[in-house]
Ligand binder design. Structure first.
Ligand SMILES: O=P(O)(O)OC[C@H]1O[C@@H](O)[C@H](O)[C@@H](O)[C@@H]1O
Length: 289
């Protein structure tokens, strides 16, 4: 399979990334960014004047059969182990499949890359996906999944955001939302009161369609997630024990990250009929505090 079928503007370069995997780098006056074709995985986005917005683990694997830890894993066609808890690999096969670059354009320093996933080539006939990522002052993500057969679709932009100190972080915008608490001992029926704060392992699927923002006083900035075609927002930090248990996550890295994810999962999975299509959109933007 030819992995790159698009002509590239001068701001986009093909490189050999870590583990010998093919990566694309973007370098414009507006931002620097990086995407691996493995999983269509965005591993960097750094708008001009900002420190990196996406967090990457120094312990991440870079191998064709393993997910990358950090950046933006594209999770689908199921989330975690799926609605019934019986699916593997975790978070679906999109993030461990090879994607093709089918389009690339630079409009005044905002670069849009189009990536295509051919399910048949990845061993999963009947499902295809197109993913348009816009790198500029903002980061825009648009994933369209098409299915030839009936499909209960779960999906996530499992975005890892870099923060200065998780214990000072708050997440705004989820007040009053019901959520499933997936942390050990958590219950499926909770309601958020006020902003989200972090004092231990946090793994929550909120029923939420609006926008939310991570307020990061240690870095003097906030990162806003706005989304469409998404009925859930996930907030995740593994804290100490879970970080220590994950081989591809450094034991001491958890204070520097939080996941704020645009999701469709669990009761909010998207039910598609044969021939159906669904688009999930998210925009991440940074503002000073
Ligand atoms: O280790 P993975 O498969 O990338 O998943 C990371 C985490 O992702 C979260 O979204 C899940 O709710 C957690 O249960 C999981 O631990």
């Amino acid at each position: 399979m030819d992995q790159i079928t698009a002509a590239l503007p001068s701001s986009v370069t093909v490189t050999e990334g870590r583990g010998g995997l093919t990566a694309l780098t973007v370098d414009t006056a507006r931002c620097r960014a990086e995407v691996y074709l493995h999983g269509a995985h965005v591993t960097a986005w750094q708008p001009a004047g900002q420190s990196p917005v996406l967090w990457m683990s120094e312990a991440s694997a870079f191998a064709a059969d393993q997910p990358i830890r950090g950046g933006i894993p594209v999770c689908a066609p199921w989330f975690g182990t799926g609605r019934d808890g019986d699916k593997a690999p975790a978070h679906g096969w999109f993030r461990v499949s090879p994607w093709q670059l089918t389009g690339a354009e630079d409009n005044d320093g905002t670069v849009r890359l189009t990536l295509h996933l051919d399910g048949a080539a990845a061993g999963h006939p009947g499902i295809e996906a197109d993913y348009v990522v816009g790198f500029g002052d903002e980061l825009t993500l648009e994933l369209t999944v098409t299915t030839a057969e009936d499909l209960v679709l779960e999906e996530a932009f499992h975005t890892y955001l870099a923060v200065g100190d998780i214990e000072q972080v708050t997440v705004e915008g989820l007040d009053g939302c019901s959520y499933v608490d997936k942390a050990p001992g958590g219950s499926p029926d909770n309601t958020q009161s006020g902003d989200v704060t972090f004092t231990g392992e946090t793994d929550r699927v909120y029923a939420h369609t609006g926008s939310a923002r991570v307020v990061d006083p240690a870095n003097g900035r906030a990162i806003t997630l706005a989304k469409a075609g998404s009925g859930a927002t996930v907030v995740w930090n593994p804290w100490t024990a879970k970080a220590a248990a994950m081989p591809d996550f450094g034991d001491d890295e958890w204070p520097g990250m939080v996941c704020l994810e645009a999701v469709n999962a669990l009761a909010g999975a998207v039910e598609l009929a044969a021939g159906g299509q669904h688009t999930l959109q998210a925009t991440y933007s940074v503002t000073a505090l």
